[in-house]
Structure formats: C-alpha cells, structure tokens
Ligand binder design. Structure first.
Ligand SMILES: Cc1cc2nc3c(=O)[nH]c(=O)nc-3n(C[C@H](O)[C@H](O)[C@H](O)COP(=O)(O)OP(=O)(O)OC[C@H]3O[C@@H](n4cnc5c(N)ncnc54)[C@H](O)[C@@H]3O)c2cc1C
Length: 481
C-alpha cells in the first residue's frame, strides 16, 4: 500500500500553506509563532523550493540558488527565524567581473563601487552620488513608468561599460532587464550596495534543516509529497484545500505556488472577477535558468583569488537577449570553497548559472535534449578553463540542469526562476481582495523574488493573515508597502 503522507493530519487548520519555498516557510513560521494551527503542504520530498541542494556520490553537495543575497537577510533571519540562522550569514569578499569591456574585483558595496566608478570609469563624484541616492530613494510611490534604461541614460548617457557593471549582476540576481521599471532595479541594487553580497555558511541543506527544526518547535504540521490539487472557495471565501484525496478545511490559504498556477489551476478563473482575470493573464513570467554543477576531485583546490562570484562574458556588449540565448556568452560562476561547509567533507565545487528561455528547452525531443545538456557541460568546461586551468583533468563530477529541471521540481510555470515580471506584484497583492482568506506569497514582481524578497513577502502576508484571523479585517500586504 502506498504511504499515507497525510496520516494523522487533522480535518481542519486555521491556515494551510501550500509550498515550502522561503516565502511559504516564513509565513508558516510567523503564523505558528502567533499561535495559529498551521498545515504546511509540499509536493516535493524536500522542503525549500528553489532554495535547495542535491548530493552526489563522493561527498559532493551542490547548492542550487545559494549564490548571493543582500545583508538584509541577517535582519530577516533574526526576526522571522533564529539568531543561529542569522549568525551563519557571511560575506562573499571577491566579486569578479571579466568581459571584453573590463576586468575587475570588488566587494560589491557602495564605497567600493563609488571608488571604481570614479577612478576606473572616470565618472565625477557628483554623478555617482546622484545615481546612488536616486536608486536608494526609490519606492512604490515612485513613477513606475521610468525604465531602468532611462534611469541609466539620465546619469550615464552612452556609457555601455558603466551600464554593464551596474546591470549585469542584477539581471543575474533577479532576471530583470533594461526594459523593466527602474524601481525594480533601484530597490534590489540598493539592497546589495548597502553592505555587499552574502551567503549562508553550512549550505542550503543546513539552513533548511534549521528552519524545519524551528517550524517543528512551533508546532507546524509539515507534510512533504503532498501535491495540492484544488483550493475550494464558497461564498467568496476560502473554505478548504484538496490534497491526497482529502478535503481539509481552513479559514485561510497562503499559496507559495507560482502566481499563475494558484489563480488558474488551484482556484480556477471563475472565482475571480473579469478584470482581475485579464490582469492575471497578462502577467509575464520571469525567465528560467540553466546550471552546470562541477565538483573537483577531493585533493584538488582552487586559489581563492579566483573569486566567490564571477560574472564572466565574452559578449562585446551587454544585451538582455544575449544573456538568455542558448548560444551562451555569459556565465556566472559560483565558487564554493571547503569553508562553505566547514563541517562537511573538504571539497571545492563550482556552479555555473545562465539565465535561459524555457521555450528553448521545453520542446526538444528527448535525445536532442540529452545532447544539448551534454553540450552545455562541455562548453561550460571550456569557458571555465580560463579561470581554473586544466579543469577537465581536475573534476570528479559534472552535470547540467535546464528550465525543464526547475519546472519539474517546483512546478513553476515555465520553470521561472524568479516568479513574474513587475505587473505580477499588483495581481499577487490583489488576490485577497478577490477571495477572502486567500493569499499569495512567493517570488513575484522582481522585487519580491530572490531569497530576501521571498522571505520578506512571506512575513508580510503572514501579517495580513494574522490580522484577518484576529479581527476579520481586510488589511493587505499592498497597504503595508
Ligand atoms: C538557478 C537559480 C539561481 C538562483 N540564485 C539566487 C541567488 O543567488 N540569490 C537569491 O536571492 N535568489 C536566487 N534565486 C531565486 C530564489 O531561489 C527564489 O526566488 C526563492 O527561493 C523562491 O522562493 P519562493 O518562496 O518564491 O518559493 P519557491 O522556491 O518557488 O517554492 C515554491 C514551492 O511550492 C511548492 N509547490 C508548488 N505547487 C505546489 C502544490 N500544488 N502543492 C504543494 N506544493 C507546491 C514547490 O514544490 C516549491 O517547493 C535563484 C533561483 C534559481 C532557480
């Protein structure tokens, strides 16, 4: 008989959280801390969503999305999780750029960038300060029509090299482009510039295990391998979720599943008004990614001056479509040294990431798909040889993932790595205005994606749910921004 992953689950909870990405986990933890009964349902066999890892024989542990996040994670982890989690966040010191326009190493904060922009790129201090100040002051009240390209043109007209330095890492960090609203650039860029780029010591596996322990301490009922099929609504309110052949009643649902999946598959468009459905249909998904995971032989080491994060490109200019093309010219290499997992086996690993279009991979016949994956590994090793000489002789393992992989493991429509484009933000905020007790919390609108964005969005939505349960009020995340 198949295992019953819902064995002994109750028939009713105050809140059901669908999905255990960082937003779902954070919502569940905050709500449980406030004394609500919480059921957390995850379709995968592991918690974490995109914040995940996998193991290969020989003691290799690969992180999927642990490449770098802003310092704000320290505060969020301390407030919404534990001091131990917050204390494990450490800075990445060497962020490298190498492309036909420039090669440099930085610690990626405002002081160092100001110095670089003045001394290496010959800009005036006034221009640089003006740009930083404008980016930092951006918020939701700002003009949302201005694009990132227009913001750059205001300060750095004709300076494609400067634009590349400022934009390339953010495109990698959240898939945003020069055509997206400047606000989505300004907020994320300023978050990084406050102190630099950070990572989690011990790896994603340690983080998620610590989070799981905290959820259990707070009595969240956690169920893996539970794929929610339906969110039921009655009389304009959420009433239950359907999972594993059971209907579990609840007053509120927080869906951490993809925004479009939540609206069109889990609920159904007939429960929303026409304008909302049209707006939701018009939401564009963000791009997906390909990755190549490489482990060095146990006794091989990489010199740490190679960098922690290396934005490498052979493209003569910065262009968004080049970054997404299957004819790859840009790769971001993350180097994991033995101290990444001080308690684990001493290994050097490298993950190469490139933004990618789902459609370029989705419909390949199986044999062509396998050949393309192999080609991706080979061309990546070729590119890496410049930074880690003789890499082919030194590796013990290499394999690739594609947009299909991300879709398979997280059910994100089109394997979107960072949720949706900017317009998804309003639609996500408006979900509870359509159906009482239904909330969406998860990568959306560029700003609310990434580890920090997703976690903070989870906390915001937990505040709304808490308010609903306590007072029957209708304050929403949007009103808190
Ligand atoms: C290759 C890659 C590299 C990245 N690098 C970085 C980085 O360096 N820094 C950074 O900050 N961010 C990075 N990100 C982005 C970051 O990982 C994500 O934005 C963030 O982890 C998403 O969290 P989330 O809460 O939106 O949920 P997700 O991680 O999207 O998780 C959603 C969860 O819902 C579950 N689910 C879906 N449908 C159902 C259902 N019907 N029933 C039950 N469960 C369901 C899924 O299985 C999944 O666990 C990267 C992403 C990718 C793909």
């Amino acid at each position: 008989m198949p295992k019953d992953f819902l064995k002994d689950a109750k028939d009713e909870y105050d809140v059901v959280v669908i999905g255990s990405g960082l937003a779902g986990l954070t919502s569940a933890n905050m709500l449980a801390r406030n004394g609500h009964s919480i059921l957390l349902l995850e379709q995968h066999y592991k918690l974490g969503g995109m914040a995940t890892w996998f193991k290969r024989p020989g003691g290799h542990i690969f992180d999927i999305s642990l490449h770098g996040f802003p310092y704000g994670m320290v505060k969020s982890c301390r407030r919404y999780w534990t001091q131990e989690i917050a204390d494990s966040i450490v800075q990445l010191e060497n962020i490298r750029f190498d492309n036909p326009m420039f090669s440099l190493t930085t610690n990626f904060n405002r002081v160092d960038f100001t110095k670089l922009l003045i001394e290496k790129f010959n800009l005036t201090p006034e221009t640089v300060e003006g740009f930083f100040d404008k980016s930092r002051k951006m918020d939701f009240q700002d003009d949302q029509q201005m694009t990132t390209r227009q913001l750059f043109d205001e300060f750095f007209p004709g300076r494609e090299d400067v634009i590349r330095l400022l934009m390339e890492p953010i495109t990698y960090a959240n898939g945003s482009t020069l055509e997206d609203p400047a606000i989505s650039y300004g907020i994320v860029f300023s978050n990084f510039m406050s102190k630099g780029v950070f990572t989690f010591r011990g790896g994603t596996d340690r983080l998620i295990h610590l989070m799981q322990a905290e959820l259990e301490k707070n009595k969240v009922d956690i169920r893996i391998r539970c794929d929610v099929e339906k969110i039921h609504c009655e009389g304009g309110r959420v009433s239950a979720v359907e999972v594993g052949g059971r209907k579990i009643k609840t007053q509120a649902v927080v869906s951490n599943a993809n925004l479009k999946q939540t609206i069109f598959q889990l609920v159904g468009e007939e429960y929303f008004d026409r304008q909302f459905v049209e707006d939701a249909q018009a939401v564009r998904l963000n791009n997906s990614s390909t990755q190549v995971y490489m482990a060095l032989k146990p006794d091989e080491r990489i010199d740490e001056t190679t960098g922690d994060l290396l934005f490498s490109s052979t493209a003569p200019v910065f262009q968004t479509d080049l970054l997404l093309s299957r004819d790859i010219t840009s790769r971001t290499f993350s180097f994991y040294y033995p101290h990444t997992r001080p308690e684990g086996r001493q290994r050097c690993l490298i993950v190469s990431s490139t933004n990618a279009n789902y459609d370029d991979w989705a419909h390949l016949p199986e044999d062509e798909y396998q050949v393309s994956k192999k080609d991706l590994v080979e061309t990546t090793l070729d590119a890496l040889d410049k930074y880690v000489p003789n890499i082919r002789d030194r590796i013990a393992h290499a394999e690739a993932s594609t947009p299909r992989t991300f879709q398979h493991y997280t059910q994100h429509v089109a394997g979107a790595s960072f949720g949706t484009k900017f317009e998804g933000l309003k639609v996500s905020f408006d979900v509870p205005k359509q159906i009482e007790g239904l909330y969406h919390a998860g990568s959306v609108g560029i700003i609310m994606s990434g580890w920090l964005g997703a976690m903070n969005y989870g906390r915001m939505v937990a505040g709304d749910v808490d308010n609903l349960l306590a007072t029957g009020g209708s304050r929403t995340a949007a009103s808190m921004v």
